[in-house]
Design a protein around this ligand. Structure first.
Ligand SMILES: Nc1ncnc2c1ncn2[C@@H]1O[C@H](COP(=O)(O)OP(=O)(O)OP(=O)(O)O)[C@@H](O)[C@H]1O
Ligand SMILES: [Mg+2]
Length: 421
């Protein structure tokens, strides 16, 4: 059915409203207003796109403003960055905190970590890049090797040429010392390091360096966040971990169904459509409640342009998502060696805890050492995750469903929506 009963499909970003326009015949006219899809995925969400996470936000704000350290972990796409940004916003607004947010995702050397940390502190936490040119250069004299340039995405802070590995540690340290100094006026200070698992890839001593920062600057709250749990564990947990007991662990789970279902229904209603409760529950369950995929599937259901989004619409949206992503999903699968493919396929049918047991080896048709190697490689590539309740499973629920429903389809054959359960 078309929107507002007009019979026609209207395109993904339009809503048709009826209005009574005064005139000789008091004629009914249709006004077409563009309405953006109320669901958002792909980038961290803010404002009314951000649902729930109140308890987690409160906890983080308390730690950020209390000089304590936290290590936040979850698999990819659970909403770590969105949560951090929400907590940073609140810590700044309600507590006057000076908070810098660095993302180490694109850092592959100490130099780049120093540049990103400088940007986070100088531009984000201290707000130094506002004021007259003289004021700015006066402040930057305290960072002698830093050269700021204004680019179209904002300020970029490069370090001068040359420098030994040891110098770069001093370059990382200098802006953090400035941040710590700024706490003299009583305002809380915090540095958030998102995608911190990257540190383990850069060099083995970098973890120990952050431990000295923690030990030397107890007043600064450091929030470490990362997705590759085993990498983060290597840095924070177990014997020999450089940052053992240096930060309070916080493991981010999916948003509970009882919170996300009303959020989805309210978002849909904000765009003038109804999402039934059972359809919202189905969205949640089909993608295991992982926030990114929940929003992606809800967005696809919205794109179906029907006034009432029920379970049939959700199933058909799932088929559309799988069909749209088919080439990418197939390429992802085909890029893997045979042993990894075998294990992944089996895990898509049924998650498993003891995947090196005789039963599992028989199922996956693998020798124990091959299965072990395949498991570790798939885990390192974040293609599988160890789930506390069911054991190892395919991390991406869309990939999992495609392996289950789409992998064996012949060319041109399409997935039957009723098989999506
Ligand atoms: N609180 C939330 N409410 C609603 N949707 C959310 C929430 N948090 C995250 N999402 C959804 O999940 C997506 C991923 O969020 P985000 O980038 O914060 O996750 P992440 O854990 O940092 O991911 P990555 O591990 O890839 O860095 C968002 O684009 C959004 O669709
Ligand atoms: Mg993130």
């Amino acid at each position: 059915m078309g929107i507002a009963g007009v019979g026609a499909r209207t395109g993904g970003c339009r809503r048709i409203q009826r209005s009574r326009i005064p005139g000789p015949q008091n004629a009914e006219r249709r006004i077409i207003l563009p309405v953006a899809n109320p669901f958002s995925f792909g980038s961290p969400v803010r404002g009314d796109q951000f649902g729930d996470r109140e308890t987690e936000t409160r906890f983080l704000v308390r730690r950020m403003t209390g000089g304590q350290n936290v290590v936040l972990t979850s698999p990819r796409r659970y909403g770590k960055t969105s949560l951090l940004l929400r907590a940073v916003e609140e810590a700044r607004r309600n507590h006057g905190a000076r908070v810098g947010v660095a993302s180490l995702l694109r850092c592959s050397s100490r130099r780049e970590v120093a540049e990103e940390t400088t940007r986070a502190v100088v531009d984000g936490a201290l707000g130094w890049m506002v004021g007259t040119a003289e004021q700015i250069s006066d402040r930057l004299r305290r960072l002698p090797r830093v050269m700021p340039t204004l680019e179209h995405e904002g300020w970029r802070f490069s370090l001068g040429p040359g420098g030994q590995e040891q110098d770069f540690l001093a370059d990382i340290r200098r802006p953090i010392d400035l941040l710590a100094d700024s706490a003299r006026d009583g305002r809380p200070v915090c540095l958030v390091l998102d995608e911190f698992q990257q540190v383990a890839e850069i060099d083995e001593h970098l973890g120990g360096f952050w431990k000295t920062v923690i030990d030397d600057l107890p007043g600064v709250s450091l929030v470490f966040s990362g997705s590759r749990r085993h990498m983060m564990e290597r840095l924070f947990v177990g014997t020999g971990a450089a940052l053992k007991n240096a930060a309070e662990p916080m493991s981010l789970e999916v948003i509970p169904e009882s919170d996300l279902v009303p959020f989805l229904r309210a978002r849909m209603a904000s765009a003038g459509r109804e999402l039934t409760e059972s359809a919202a529950q189905l969205i949640y369950r089909l993608v295991r409640g992982i926030p990114h995929f929940v929003q992606l599937l809800a967005a696809a259901a919205y794109d179906d342009d029907v006034e009432l989004v029920d379970e049939a619409v959700v199933r058909s949206a799932m088929v559309q998502v799988l069909t749209r992503q088919r080439a990418d999903l197939a390429a992802r699968y085909e890029a893997l060696p045979t042993n990894q493919r075998k294990l992944l396929r089996e895990l898509s049918r049924e998650p498993g805890r003891d995947i090196l047991s005789a039963r599992w080896l028989l199922r996956s048709d693998l020798a124990k050492t091959s299965a072990e190697r395949a498991r570790d490689a798939l885990r390192d590539a974040e293609l599988i995750e160890l789930d506390g309740t069911v054991g190892w499973r395919v991390a991406d629920p869309i990939f999992e469903r495609w392996l289950r429903h789409g992998l064996d389809l012949d060319l041109g054959e399409s997935i039957d929506p009723s098989s999506i359960g």
